[in-house]
Write a protein that binds this ligand. Structure first.
Ligand code: CTP
Length: 450
């Protein structure tokens, strides 16, 4: 074709994970619609933020695979919602083509070009290939309370897992099953339960975690544990050693640790954007319905229930061992739990304060004080969406915004599945050292309280 000829440009998009025959057929037919085919390949981050977790090939591999088909005249990356409109206009694409699984979803693009839905190839998908190549982990849930109700819908968003067993010493009621959205195989014998699963999510009361995690690891089962992993530093450290010895994944399920915005916050802070960090202040409070177990159990209270998340922020940002901790707490009368607590930590080069409260509502924000500027994360900072970086000269201020899907637990579950599938026993997002730090501070608080 000479330069003067008008080309009909066709544009299409996809993740193209584990490139398969369905993708190739789609690209062939899209190409036949015009003279020039532009293929948009999603970035890893975009897939993550739109809830498409556990994509196997990274963006470079996926681009290379599309290139190797020889069907794309141009490959672009798709990184944000709404980008298609801009791409179509920028590239003067006349046709937008997409598989029929998206029927109707892109009709709004008709304002910019012609939208063509191409029949999807039956019997093949990336999801299916991921399941076939990596298998599906049978996950059992330990405990049947509020955490479990939250977990099940989030786990359904992550491929590579099936969730069909529950351990609870008490029989499940029909209502339990309904609330937790699954038809479970119920076990009241923990060892029998463990022989039927590859992995467990431990959401029992805190005081049972250590024994249950230990027994699971000893039985060759991977563990995702609710926070705090244990109430004792040595026990937590022991469990990580045991997991390493047995070659099993052990992960603490603090959703914040896996949330894209929080990961960026830690990276930005550690990169020195506000200079050397001198102080981290984090507040986390929650209203409860009385008489909630967290307000009545001797293992309940604001610190054991809530401090893990702000302590995680301190651990990730300062990454140091505290030299001193002091804790102020308000104890409910008549032998009740700590309802409101402030933990002050002193490190060699910084200080921090963590404020937690049960049955009270405070402003749940996080501030980081540095030698060049400060970072402010508004409530609820633990579901990090907005990061404000502030300087003496306001013209230098920066603001970042990140999407956040669900209640965050899906990111933790996705990391857990990825670790199991790739036989990766540790993750920088939630390290053994972070769990040990959190258990250690909680242990100190409990010792001071007695
Ligand atoms: N596609 C197709 N036939 C298939 C699978 C995908 O025509 N059997 C098309 C999709 O409709 C889309 C493009 O290929 O236009 C890229 O799809 P993508 O979402 O990357 O692939 P899937 O296999 O559908 O991925 P997943 O299972 O992760 O949703």
């Amino acid at each position: 074709m000479s330069l003067g000829d008008a080309q009909i440009k066709v544009i299409t998009y996809g993740t193209f994970d584990l490139l398969h025959a369905g993708h190739i057929k789609l690209l062939e037919r899209a190409r036949e619609l015009g003279d020039y085919l532009i293929v948009g390949v999603t970035t890893d981050q975009y897939d993550e933020t739109r809830g498409k977790l556990n994509v196997r090939d990274n963006v470079m591999t996926r681009i290379e695979n599309v290139r190797a088909t020889g069907l794309a005249d141009e490959i672009i990356i798709e990184d944000y919602q709404g980008q298609k409109i801009n791409d179509i206009q920028q590239h003067s694409a006349e046709i937008f083509a997409i598989g029929s699984d998206w029927l109707g979803k892109f009709d709004y693009l008709n304002d910019f070009c012609k939208v063509v839905y191409l029949e999807r190839t039956a019997g093949v998908s990336s999801t299916q290939l991921r399941a076939e190549t990596l298998g599906i982990a049978r996950l059992g849930v330990v405990g049947n309370g509020k955490a479990t109700s939250r977990f099940i819908p989030e786990a359904l968003k992550v491929s590579g897992l099936e969730c069909e067993s529950v351990f609870d010493p008490n029989p499940l009621t029909a209502r339990d099953r309904l609330e937790n959205g699954g038809v479970y195989r119920h076990f009241s014998d923990y060892q029998a339960f463990l022989t039927n699963v590859d992995a467990v999510y431990i959401a029992s009361p805190h005081e049972f975690h250590f024994d249950q995690v230990k027994q699971a690891l000893e039985s060759g089962v991977h563990v995702l544990s609710e926070k705090p992993m244990t109430l004792n530093k040595r026990e937590t450290a022991y469990l990580y050693e045991l997991a390493a010895q047995r070659g099993k994944v052990l992960l603490e399920a603090i959703p914040t640790a896996f949330c894209p915005g929080f990961i960026r916050l830690v990276a930005l802070t550690r990169s020195g954007v506000i200079g050397t960090v001198k102080c981290v202040d984090a507040t986390y409070t929650r209203l409860t319905e009385s008489p909630a177990r967290e307000l009545t159990s001797p293992f309940g209270g604001s610190v054991t229930e809530l401090a893990s998340t702000p302590l995680l922020a301190v651990s990730k940002i300062l990454d140091a061992v505290p030299q001193k901790s002091t804790i102020d707490t308000y104890m409910a009368p008549d032998g009740g739990v700590d309802e409101f607590s402030r933990i002050n930590l002193r490190f060699e080069h910084a200080i921090s304060s963590v404020t937690v409260g049960l049955g009270v509502k405070s402003e749940g924000h996080l501030t980081i004080t540095g030698t060049r500027g400060s970072i402010y994360v508004p409530a609820p900072w633990w579901n990090t969406t907005d990061i404000y970086i502030r300087f003496e000269d306001p013209s230098q201020n920066q603001h970042y915004n990140f999407p956040f899907a669900g209640d965050g637990l899906r990111y933790a579950i996705a990391e857990f599945v990825s670790m199991m599938q790739n036989k990766r026993l540790s993750t920088y997002k939630m390290r053994a050292v972070d769990s040990v730090f959190i258990s250690g501070i909680i242990e100190e608080f409990r010792l001071q309280k007695v």
